[in-house]
Write a protein that binds this ligand. Structure first.
Ligand code: SAH
Length: 404
């Protein structure tokens, strides 16, 4: 392991506006900058912020101070005072690991070990791909504590290699203590591309340059389902990225699978991932904007037995929510035309700003208004390694409809 930074931290006393106090009492982990009415002097990112209530000066919660984020304090501990130290982190990591145990009985060695706030680590993600652990930081609050956290993450995951990833925002803004995005902080990384298993299917992820930590683990259960439905079917995987759905479908016995993505690089990964598994199906790729390409396929009267549409988050900002909803409606309409009679349309959303209820309603309305008839088969949400500890953590929803 490389030498991780030694950074002194202080404890800060904090008082909040009443609405924020109420939110803390409900154990919401975020405190925004405007909510703070009193804070002791010269706070630094990573300092321990202790929230006291206004009336009785009683301990409410404690967390970490983030000078460079509007979410100024990320809370870790509620109600009962605790010392935030190595033991505290070890306990949280062990609890998180226990929660994931059922996955290991499914021929899967890739999982999210730590999902940010929901596992007690706001702004920290730890994904495991076989023997490689990838830790991604979204906030500088963690720098003083890396030396307490990394060894335990490596121990429980039994990783031989650990890669550090830093969010783009962090790379631009923060003091990085000589650490950098893509740094191997423990062990040795033979190839940027790491091979791992998801429900018995082999995949590869580029842990240095891939999106997020290299792959999207959140849809594991949906991909398995598509694999099971795909025998002798034709499948269109829209926004395929590295081919998560495509490869499960091929391995499940699909006749043909078409992966569509705007990124040529993503489709190269999808092609490579398909070759890692034995199958007899044909794999086609389309490098294009999804909206344009789907219209073109409709124009050519193309239809598929299964159409999966899993776009990127359309609402990264609150101001984009209406546009995102409109895009979901357009995709449902396009998908409706591309599914064959008796076929299955799968629509997913990973925008946390669009609620599951809204997403399902928009999709259902678009399908009801189409010239076809659809029956809702199933709704699915997060797999078990993406637990939902507070409302904003719930981002993934996925609906299955049958064209009847
Ligand atoms: N379904 C994937 C994850 C999708 S991530 C899985 O199961 O792993 C979103 C993908 O959408 C990215 O690969 C990105 O390149 C692609 N993308 C973004 N905008 C696009 C557009 N306008 N048209 C097609 N693909 C797009």
């Amino acid at each position: 392991m490389i030498l991780l930074p030694e950074i002194e931290t202080k404890r800060l006393a904090i008082k909040l506006k009443p609405a924020a106090e109420r939110s803390v009492k409900k154990q919401h982990p975020w405190i925004f900058d405007q909510a703070i009415i009193k804070q002791s002097s010269d706070p630094q990112t990573g300092d321990v912020a202790i929230i006291y209530d206004n009336k009785k000066n009683k301990f409410l919660a404690c967390g970490l101070f983030d000078a460079s984020s509007p979410i100024r304090i990320k809370l870790l501990q509620f109600h009962n005072p605790a010392t935030i130290n190595r033991d505290w982190f070890i306990e949280k990591i062990n609890t998180a690991y226990q929660l994931r145990l059922p996955l290991f009985a499914t021929d899967t060695n890739s999982y999210r070990l730590i999902y940010g706030e929901s596992d007690g680590f706001p702004g920290l993600i730890a994904d495991v791909y076989g023997e490689v652990l990838v830790i991604k930081l979204y906030s500088g609050i963690w720098f003083p504590y890396l030396k307490d956290i990394f060894p335990q993450l490596i121990e429980v995951s039994q990783a031989e290699t650990c890669v550090l990833r830093l969010s783009r925002k962090m790379q631009r803004e923060n003091e990085l203590y000589n650490l950098h995005d893509g740094q191997v902080v423990h062990g040795h990384l033979e190839h940027e591309t790491v091979i791992f298993k998801e429900h018995g299917i082999r995949f590869s992820a580029n842990v240095i340059h891939g999106h997020k930590t290299g792959y999207f683990l959140d849809h594991r259960h949906n991909r398995k389902k598509i694999g099971e439905l795909a025998k002798n079917k034709t499948v269109l995987d829209v926004f395929s990225y590295a081919g998560g759905f495509s490869v499960h479908a091929l391995t499940g016995g699909a006749k043909t699978v078409t992966s569509l993505d705007i990124s040529k690089q993503a489709l190269e990964m999808a092609t490579e991932n398909a070759t890692l598994n034995a199958h007899n199906g044909k794999h086609h790729i389309i490098v294009a904007d999804a909206f344009e390409a789907l219209n073109k396929l409709i124009h050519q009267s193309k239809q598929y037995d299964i159409v999966v549409i899993d776009p990127p988050s359309f609402a990264k900002r609150a101001s984009e929510v209406d546009k995102a909803k409109h895009s979901y409606m357009r995709l449902a309409r396009l998908g409706a035309q591309l599914v064959r009679l008796s076929g299955i349309l799968v629509l997913a959303s990973c925008s946390s700003r669009v609620s599951a209820d809204d997403f399902f309603e928009i999709s259902q309305n678009a399908l009801t208004d189409s010239a076809y008839s659809f029956e809702m088969m199933e709704k699915t949400f997060h797999d078990i390694d993406h637990p939902i500890g507070f409302p904003e953590a719930a981002y993934l929803k996925c609906g299955y409809w049958k064209k009847v």
